[in-house]
Design a binder for this molecule. Sequence first.
Ligand SMILES: [Zn+2]
Length: 96
Amino acid sequence: MIHQITATCPYCHKVTDAQGTANIADTDRTPPRAGDFTLCVYCGQFGVWTVIADRQIVRRLQRAEWDALPLKERLALTQLLIGWRLGQSQRDRQRN
Ligand SMILES: [Zn+2]
């Protein structure tokens, strides 16, 4: 689900104005909530939505958070990342 929320990637620092959540349990199409994962469309890194001083931001994913995910969620996120990387390879080929 895509939401019109501005966020800065904690890895590449690019700003996006549309965010997709990678929470496979998000069936009610609500905006990202604290703890939801997101994938940066520029660099392909996973971030985690969090709230600091009443402001919603994306922070880096900690290894322990990844390790604590159930296998089913890790597989779904890995599948999302593979899809992004394949799309990125195709975009790179079209540019060259
Ligand atoms: Zn990024």
